[in-house]
Design a protein around this ligand. Structure first.
Ligand code: PLP
Length: 407
């Protein structure tokens, strides 16, 4: 069990007031707040261990290098990766997916090849593939969702063909909260000799991910959604998969030797890390993962599931509410519409009450089209949220309904 009141003290921003009301922060799927230890790690890094890494013989450079590589090992252990060489630091989920899309396409794709994605993808797992598709005339095959917001597994099975080259799917939907059956998805893909990339942006903050047990080929996530800093994220790839990909960008760090005639690329993971990396961000990410680990992902998930259950029950009782996403396995995301009230109106009125929710298409316009709506209101819960905050949120919902004459 988490001691939430103690946990909340680690997050100074949660004591803020907004328009004179206590902040209720329910926009965690967009980004999470940061514990003091993560913020301190950043300032401590700049105050005490700042020097460019990997190429310095001096003390500070070696200390900074050691901290950065130690952070890589922390990520490795967090994801249960076999080797730290399999952990590539990127700017975030988006850059990690772009890296794989670009490099995989360069090396392995030709006209007529097919990539399987799904109807519930974030734009960051659609657009990079479309960019490659336009260059090489490859096709996207899209798994539909059912009325509960779960992937149609029968359709998935039928999408495979001789030309299927990769399955690239979200682990957890940022709109519906659906936790996809990734073990089965991977098993099916591998039975066709097709590798799988999972977008773990919404999974890593809530579930224990074991890339070896999953046998997933590529796995990506962003630090800022798991209580870490912005601007850094991770691409995990099986060593033999990463080894076969060409570099993404050229520059310093990613080379073993350079002449005007020929460049020999560096080994993993540096081959994919051109330029000065965010070596302060990496240590702050590692601190965030330590923080989550110390609280325990099982305890975090149990707490968040209870918040989701409570919020779902209470919002349904408020009446005239349509919830989008009713998967059997769901993370702590509640997307909804109140009668015919525009989501922006609901979001803006809740904001005036100090309640931060997200409104709109949530970077998932194809999903909105499939649902036949323009957008939703999304409340997403994190480890520091409470039932008392949900009570405030429900009182806010009732106020919005009254204002629009829907009560
Ligand atoms: N994938 C999913 C499922 C997301 O929820 C998000 C962010 O909302 C992203 C990808 C993109 O993450 P980032 O903007 O940190 O690269």
């Amino acid at each position: 069990m988490l001691d939430i009141q103690t946990v909340r003290k680690d997050f100074p921003i949660l004591t803020h007031t907004v328009y004179g009301k206590p902040l209720v922060y329910f926009d965690n799927a967009a980004t999470t707040q940061k514990p003091r230890s993560v913020v301190e790690k950043i300032s401590e890094g700049y105050y005490n261990v700042n020097a460019n890494i990997h190429r310095g013989v001096h003390f500070l450079s070696q200390a900074a290098t050691e901290a950065h590589e130690d952070a890589r090992r922390t990520v490795q252990h967090f994801l249960h990766a076999r080797s730290s060489h399999e952990i590539i630091f990127t700017r975030g989920t988006t850059e990690a997916i772009n890296l794989v899309a670009s490099c995989f396409s360069d090396e392995f794709l030709s006209a007529g090849d097919e990539i399987i994605i799904s109807e519930m993808e974030h734009h960051s797992n659609i657009v990079p593939w479309q960019i490659q598709a336009a260059k090489k005339d490859i096709a996207l095959r899209v798994i539909p969702i059912d009325e509960k917001g779960e992937l149609c597994m029968e359709s998935y099975r039928k999408l495979f063909s001789e030309r299927t080259r990769l399955v690239s799917l979200t682990h957890v939907s940022n709109v519906l909260g659906t936790i996809n059956p990734v073990e089965e998805i991977i098993r099916i893909a591998h039975s066709h000799n097709v590798p799988v990339m999972l977008d773990g942006a919404q999974a890593v903050p809530h579930t224990q991910v074991d890339v070896q047990a999953l046998d997933v080929d590529f796995y990506v996530f962003s630090a800022h959604k798991v209580y870490g800093p912005t601007g850094i994220g991770v691409l995990y790839g099986k060593e033999n998969r990463l080894d076969k990909l060409p570099p993404y960008q050229g520059g310093g760090e990613m080379i073993a030797s350079v002449t005007f005639e020929k460049t020999v690329f560096n080994e993993l993971p540096f081959k994919f890390e051109a330029g000065t990396p965010d070596y302060i961000g990496s240590t702050a990410l590692a601190e965030a993962l330590r923080y989550v680990k110390q609280l325990g992902l099982t305890a975090i998930a149990a707490h968040e599931q209870e918040l989701l259950r409570y919020a779902t029950e209470r919002i349904q009782a408020a009446g005239q509410v349509h919830i989008f996403g009713r998967a059997a396995h769901k993370s702590s995301v509640l997307s909804f519409l109140l009668a015919d009230i525009h989501p922006y109106d609901t979001g803006m009125l809740l904001d005036r009450l100090g309640i931060a929710v997200r409104t709109g298409h949530h970077c998932a316009q194809p999903l909105m089209k499939a649902l036949g709506i323009e957008g939703t209101v999304r409340a997403s819960f994190a480890l520091y949220n409470t039932k008392e905050e949900i009570d405030i949120f429900i009182a806010g919902i009732e106020q919005v309904q009254t204002m629009f004459g829907k009560k």
